[in-house]
Design a protein around this ligand. Structure first.
Ligand code: URA
Length: 241
């Protein structure tokens, strides 16, 4: 693989930036400066240092997005804005997709990747990957709400939810719910099952990841090396993904 493609795939530098850096001696391959970014490397074997930083090779990209209201969890939509529109062209070219869905009016942590296998594992009911949501609701939560959710809320269609943790706010007009599954409109329907209604919903964790408070709505960033490893561990996947 060409060095400039490797660096742009790892989202480290554009091809133009790589070419400039190489001319200035800013790219080392196995300790030797390469002056031409079109040189080929073996990303599994060669060590590449870009402007003093070792670049780890990952076949796949993982991105955390702070989803704003009004966007649908899709890679295309004719009628509504969709989440991948918030990514730059180089990531859209890699055909990233959202791992699971958030409703159009739900905000917060959305994970996007081009790693279909890990996405599938992260969403598999067998893995019990937890997701937490901060919410506000229209009425005070009934006193037995925590116990009902822990025992498994029964939705309108008779589905019995998996045990979920509820930590209510002091005013009982909101709180944090942690789920290990992701059924359609699950939290809205759980609140409906106890005679309540969601007025605001934000996902704040996904497995080992927490929504980065430095990201404004609509902003995104790559997962760090550590976050990616923890996520892949939660997915039960090979570390070197
Ligand atoms: N539960 C919901 O009701 N909506 C979401 O977007 C996520 C969980």
């Amino acid at each position: 693989m060409r060095i400039d493609k490797f660096l742009s795939d790892m989202a480290v530098a554009s091809r133009k930036e790589s070419s400039r850096a190489a001319k200035r001696g800013g790219i080392l391959v196995n300790g030797t400066a390469v002056r031409d970014a079109s040189v080929h490397i073996n990303p599994d074997k060669d060590t590449v240092i870009y402007l003093g930083r070792t670049v780890e090779y990952r076949r796949h990209v993982f991105v955390m997005l702070n989803k704003p209201e009004g966007y649908v969890s899709a890679t295309e939509d004719k009628a509504h804005p969709y989440v991948t529109e918030l990514l730059p062209p180089e990531l859209r070219a890699r055909e990233l997709f959202p791992v699971g869905r958030l409703d159009k009016d739900t905000v917060g942590l959305m994970l996007l990747t081009d790693d279909g296998e890990s996405a599938h594992r992260l969403l598999s009911p067998k893995r019990h990957v937890t997701k937490s949501y901060r919410f506000r609701c229209a009425e005070p939560l009934i006193p037995s709400c925590e116990d009902i959710f822990l025992a498994g809320a029964v939705l309108g269609d008779g589905y019995v939810c998996k045990s979920a943790e509820l930590i209510a706010d002091e005013d009982r007009l909101g709180g944090v719910i942690t789920l290990t599954e992701g059924k359609y409109h699950q939290i809205k329907r759980m609140l409906g099952s106890v005679g309540n209604k969601i007025t605001a919903l934000e996902r704040i964790t996904f497995g080992p990841l927490s929504l980065d408070g430095a990201l404004a709505r609509g902003e995104w960033r790559y997962l760090t090396e550590g976050e990616t490893e923890e996520l892949l561990l939660a997915a039960g996947a090979d570390k070197r993904n």
